[in-house]
Design a binder for this molecule. Structure first.
Ligand code: SAM
Ligand code: SF4
Ligand code: F3S
Length: 472
């Protein structure tokens, strides 16, 4: 959802004088270029971190005078915030850019921007340089805050701008964010140090960096004041939050501090890496009344041999023991996970161990992926003898198992009543939200319910969605 359902957060701009000058000059230059205050249309691929980055980019565009539209035809600027995690995500992004050649040719003053993880890879930036000459600007995840300056350089220099620094040492705080919708994304850290052997993220997002707790808390307070009733704390591995700070703080401590803020809101977080998921964190989850009892705990695979080759840092038994502890502390806990099928060298026996683990845990939902080789990662070079068709069969087997297990799980929820934040309407008269355990639930209701808490009693359970009625 991208409609403005919650009052926009006030702009707490911490721009330097030079940046303010660029913003003002860009406003004038854009007005002269288009003859009206321009409109931007953003498309975001990939994870919630990218959605959150998109909101920061929109904050900067807004500070230059941009309005926003979801219609490409109305837009003067289109920006793709791209993802590199699997080949498919890249193909889709480049396909979309290809389809905009005509859009750009219709009004050559239009601006097309590509940013995010995909273009941070040198070979992709090179492809864009050579094969997509109508892309005006390209910048990576570490260059988001350079947008005022880069826009100025583009508008005055008449040349395409490529800004792809490797990493940026300090986190910039206080810049504007244009939040829309009901869900409030709040990054607590950036980057990743884990180097799972299949994953491109550490190469394009750089090393792990945590925001200071006082900055996270100040932003959470602004979000609560702006009307947000759900705050999701984001990081590739939130469990290692705070380790790089001058005064180290644990993620469990941060959770407790946010939980203590006044207001009626829910706290969610993602993603938790099993190797860093501590008892301290599970106890904080149990103790904090605002923290949803849902843990997204990606396991990736159930075979120790493959987990080792993935460099995940735990065995299947260690993972199961963690799940056991978590459920002992929070019997109502709902678990979700990410799984990769067909990692190089994985055999059908390994895959069977994944199925066994999935059966033993009982996830409420799963995000499943077929291994996609990423350029420059160790797994790209491993022998991968299993044919794609075979991997696809395994993948279907996993989906079928999960569908059966999820149906059993959700059937047990019938008759329960949950306090649900209404996130929006699927169609007029039909609202949706999520249970505390993050299971999607649909219920009759009008638009006035959006961004309010309602009590929903589950009347019917399908595998992926619950149906319910508002009980007060
Ligand atoms: N940091 C999180 C973690 O470690 O669980 C998630 C990172 S990634 C953005 C989201 C998911 O994409 C991963 O958990 C993994 O299942 C999947 N993924 C990452 N690289 C992949 C690849 N090369 N092929 C297929 N799936 C991949
Ligand atoms: Fe990728 Fe692993 Fe980091 Fe997650 S923890 S972002 S899967 S390297
Ligand atoms: Fe996210 Fe994709 Fe980048 S999953 S961190 S947008 S590679």
């Amino acid at each position: 959802m991208t409609t403005d359902t919650v009052a926009a957060e006030p702009i707490y701009a911490a721009f330097s004088e030079q940046e303010q000058a660029w913003l003002q000059q860009n406003r004038d230059l854009l007005l002269a270029r288009f003859g009206h205050m321009p409109k931007a249309c953003l498309h975001v691929f990939g994870c919630q971190q990218n959605v959150s980055d998109g909101q920061r980019i929109e904050g900067l565009l807004q500070a230059m005078g941009f309005g926003f539209t979801e219609q490409p035809e109305e837009a003067d600027l289109i920006l793709f915030n791209t993802c590199a995690v699997r080949e498919h995500a890249q193909e889709r992004a480049l396909g979309n850019v290809g389809a905009l050649k005509k859009w750009k040719a219709q009004r050559p003053e239009r601006i097309l921007i590509l940013c995010g993880c995909m273009v941070q890879q040198e070979h992709v930036a090179q492809t864009v340089r050579q094969s997509y000459p109508y892309v005006s600007m390209v910048f990576g995840p570490h260059a988001i805050n350079h947008l005022p300056q880069n826009m100025y350089a583009f508008l005055t220099g008449g040349k395409r701008v490529f800004d792809l620094p490797q990493d940026e040492s300090a986190i910039r705080e206080g810049l504007p964010v244009r939040r829309t919708g009901v869900k409030g994304w709040l990054p607590v850290m950036y980057g990743c140090n884990n180097f799972c052997t299949y994953c491109i993220v550490p190469y394009v997002r750089g090393r792990e960096k945590s925001r200071r707790p006082q900055d996270v808390i100040a932003e959470a307070q602004r979000m609560i004041a702006a009307g947000y009733k759900e705050i999701t704390l984001l990081g590739q591995n939130v469990n290692s939050y705070g380790k790089t700070l001058d005064e180290p703080v644990s993620f469990a401590q941060l959770l407790r501090q946010i939980n203590a803020l006044p207001g009626d809101f829910i706290i969610r977080f993602m993603t938790s890496h099993p190797k860093d998921c501590t008892l301290e964190l599970l106890q904080a989850m149990r103790d904090c009344d605002k923290v949803a009892k849902h843990l997204h705990l990606p396991v990736q695979c159930g075979s120790d041999r493959v987990l080792k080759a993935m460099n995940r840092g735990y065995t299947a038994e260690q993972y199961l023991s963690l799940v056991h502890t978590a459920r002992e502390l929070m019997p109502e806990l709902s678990l979700t996970s990410d799984l990769i099928v067909g990692f190089p060298g994985e055999t059908y026996e390994d895959f069977q161990q994944t199925l066994e683990l999935v059966r033993r845990v009982g996830y409420s939902s799963l995000y499943t992926f077929i291994f996609s080789p990423r350029k420059g990662t160790p797994a790209e070079k491993l022998p991968d003898p299993v044919p794609a068709q075979e991997k696809s069969r395994w993948f279907q087997e996993l989906l079928a198992l999960q569908e059966t297990l999820a149906a059993q799980q959700t059937a047990g929820l019938c008759g329960n009543t949950y306090r649900v934040l209404c996130e929006g309407q699927k169609k007029p008269g039909l609202c949706y939200g999520r249970t505390d355990g993050n299971v999607l639930v649909e219920f009759p209701g009008d638009a006035a319910l959006v961004n309010t808490f309602v009590h929903v009693t589950v009347t019917e359970a399908l595998s992926f969605v619950l149906k319910g009625t508002v009980s007060q």
